[in-house]
Design a protein around this ligand. Structure first.
Ligand SMILES: Nc1ncnc2c1ncn2[C@@H]1O[C@H](COP(=O)(O)OP(=O)(O)OP(=O)(O)O)[C@@H](O)[C@H]1O
Length: 227
């Protein structure tokens, strides 16, 4: 039986910049089951990234409710939410967000060290995940010494090393050529199927959405109901 992992009810979010107010989310309702691989699609500016940030607790919202694994996000203190994110969530963004001055291996070890895993074990686990994403020979390279696709795979390894229940990905194939994005995508799908990890992926790429279990379409800050 499938369990609900993410539940959003009537989520509203406005941005205020100078005199301009943007109502980026206008009452979003969304339920995601554990083990689903979901694509969030829609035109530029419709609120996809905002939704990802609000569902994952990276950003706050004005009203409505989000539950992750049954827990209300707004009931968690900042510390509990941060700790929860470190233990149960992984993030893959287009900009990679890798630290430039340390190696691929050190980038992947970092979330483990932050969560208190001992250095020796962190190293072994990071090496194992880097091997899974096909980067065993590149662990000592810094991000600048890697191609876009290799960097994206380091980012994916870093997101996965904690074995998170949910992986949030924002345009994970955005910077990649067709062959590399197919590799990254196949890897995400394999992890989804083998480990039952939930993937929520914001994408414009039909190659990505074709591999997902479900497409959630957004327009103007709302989800378009399925017909
Ligand atoms: N930090 C911010 N401050 C002010 N306005 C913002 C901010 N982030 C997003 N917006 C506005 O909120 C709306 C939704 O933006 P969002 O980035 O969520 O859209 P998106 O669907 O992810 O777009 P894209 O596909 O182009 O990445 C847009 O009108 C955008 O200009």
């Amino acid at each position: 039986m499938m369990a609900t992992i993410v539940e959003a009810r009537q989520v509203h979010k406005t941005y205020h910049t100078g005199r301009v107010t943007v109502h980026a989310l206008r009452g979003v309702d969304l339920t995601i089951q554990a083990g689903e691989m979901v694509a969030i699609m829609g035109p530029s500016g419709c609120g996809k990234t905002t939704l990802l940030n609000c569902l994952s607790g990276l950003d706050s919202f004005d009203s409505g409710e989000v539950r992750i694994e049954g827990e209300l996000l707004r009931r968690m203190s900042d510390r509990v939410r941060t700790d929860y994110r470190a233990r149960r969530m992984g993030f893959v963004f287009q900009s990679f967000n890798l630290l430039p001055v340390i190696t691929a291996l050190e980038n992947v070890e970092l979330p483990l060290l932050v969560s208190g895993v001992r250095p020796r074990e962190a190293r072994l686990r990071a090496l194992a995940v880097l091997e899974q994403v096909g980067l065993a020979d590149w662990v000592d390279h810094r991000p600048a010494e890697l191609s876009g696709g290799q960097r994206q795979r380091v980012a994916l390894a870093r997101a996965l090393v904690n074995e998170p229940a949910i992986v949030w990905a924002d345009e994970p194939t955005g910077n990649l050529d067709a062959a590399t994005s197919a590799d990254v995508l196949a890897l995400m799908q394999r992890l989804n199927q083998e480990r039952g990890q939930t993937f929520v992926i914001v994408t414009h790429d039909p190659q990505v959405s074709a591999r997902c279990d479900r497409i959630v379409s957004m327009r103007d800050g709302q989800i378009i109901p399925c017909i």
